[in-house]
Design a protein around this ligand. Structure first.
Ligand code: OSB
Ligand code: MG
Length: 369
């Protein structure tokens, strides 16, 4: 596949409501989109970094810089046989998984289109729906949280993830558990705790949670192993797993018992599939994480989540949970069984709303310049 032309778009989409985690707030989704032209086909990709280095060190501007200076020059004008050839062409670039993943997504889209199949089938996935849940940000009060959760349950979500932080953890989670004894419930701390906080986290053991996500630092597998030894509830790592090697290290150390896979965090769907395959072989459950993606990144996440090892519901909610107006002509809607339908058209299977793209675009650059 001859890579002829790549256009970067810097966009900023207002979120329907602010999303508050333990350490930062997202008010809008600012990100880089990749539009790639090859042999008459157009592929789209989305880099998941936001404007601030909060979740990881990458930002919208570092994504743009790494793409412009290193990744695009490595493939423009080249003939790439497959995704493995792309990985080989950029193997000299250290780090910056989100920049790499955005470009890789556009290539997956093009290769699947060339094969005439949906991205789900191209990746080896099966089924026409994926089980999903909703990630609920930290609310001003416990009462507000209960109201928010009730609203999502009324919409049909059957799995809820609560963001927690010190001081807004056990009581909030216990209140939701009391209101919904059978709800599939889990929490995500985004690295807000230290190992010394183990006593607080142990109190969560009584709340029948599916998992506790990333309580400790983003670069710490060691203390997570010490923490897991003190807990009944499975730990799930998000930020700490950026490659299949990290997954292996974490599982061998018993630093977690479940893994959240985000293609953007691990450098793309290829690496995400490696983690999936590794965990499936070991009997370790995985689930699809989310980064408040637009319809483009959401379509990719849904496709990867059709692999058989994704046994827990993903953070892949309907478009309306994030945006009043998405970037695609047919937004994702929640099915009554708390699933989203898998696009069936070749490639990502979504159509970009060009008018919406123009409204939210801050900058556009075509390569080669
Ligand atoms: O830690 O999983 C996270 C959103 C942005 C950054 C990090 C995280 C999240 C979410 C939302 O929890 C998941 C989603 O619905 O996209
Ligand atoms: Mg997380």
């Amino acid at each position: 596949m001859k890579i002829e032309r790549i256009t970067l778009h810097h966009i900023n989409m207002p979120l329907a409501s602010p999303f508050r985690t333990s350490r930062w707030v997202e008010n809008d989704r600012e990100c880089v989109l990749v539009e790639l032209q090859a042999e008459g086909l157009t592929g789209w990709g989305e880099c998941v970094a936001t404007q601030n280095c909060t979740y990881s060190y990458e930002t919208v501007k570092t994504n743009w810089l790494i793409l412009e200076d290193f990744l695009l020059p490595a493939i423009l004008g080249k003939d790439l046989a497959d995704i493995a050839a792309y990985r080989a062409a950029i193997s000299h670039v250290t780090g910056h998984p989100m920049a790499k993943a955005g470009l890789e997504m556009a290539l997956w889209d093009v290769f699947a289109q060339a094969a005439g199949v949906s991205l789900s089938r191209f990746l080896g996935g099966e089924g026409d729906r994926v089980a999903v849940g909703v990630s609920v940000g930290i609310q001003p009060t416990t009462a507000a949280l209960l109201e928010k959760v009730e609203g999502y349950l009324a919409q049909g979500y059957r799995r809820v993830k609560l963001k927690i932080k010190p001081g807004r953890d056990v009581a909030d989670t216990a209140a939701v558990r009391r209101a919904y004894p059978d709800l599939m419930l889990q929490v995500d701390a985004n690295s807000a705790y230290r190992l010394a906080d183990a006593e607080v986290l142990k109190a969560l053991d009584d709340l029948a949670l599916l998992l506790i996500e990333q309580p400790l630092a983003h670069d710490d597998i060691f203390d997570h192993a010490k923490l897991q030894a003190q807990l009944q509830t499975p730990l799930c790592l998000d930020e700490s797993i950026t490659s299949v090697d990290h997954a292996r290290w974490a599982l061998e150390m018993d630093a977690c018992r479940i893994i959240n896979i985000k293609p953007g965090r691990v450098g793309g769907m290829f690496e995400g599939k490696l983690i999936h395959d590794y965990c499936l072989a070991r009997g370790v459950p995985v689930w699809m994480g989310g980064m408040l993606e637009t319809g483009i990144g959401r379509a990719a996440n849904i496709a990867l989540a059709t692999l058989s090892g994704f046994s827990l519901p993903g953070d892949i909610s309907a478009s309306a949970r994030y945006y009043r107006q998405d970037l695609i002509t047919e937004p994702f809607v929640l099915n009554p069984d708390s699933t989203l339908s898998v696009p069936t058209a070749p490639g990502l299977g979504v159509t970009i709303d060009k008018q919406r793209l123009q409204q939210v675009r801050q900058r556009r650059q075509v390569y080669p310049q």
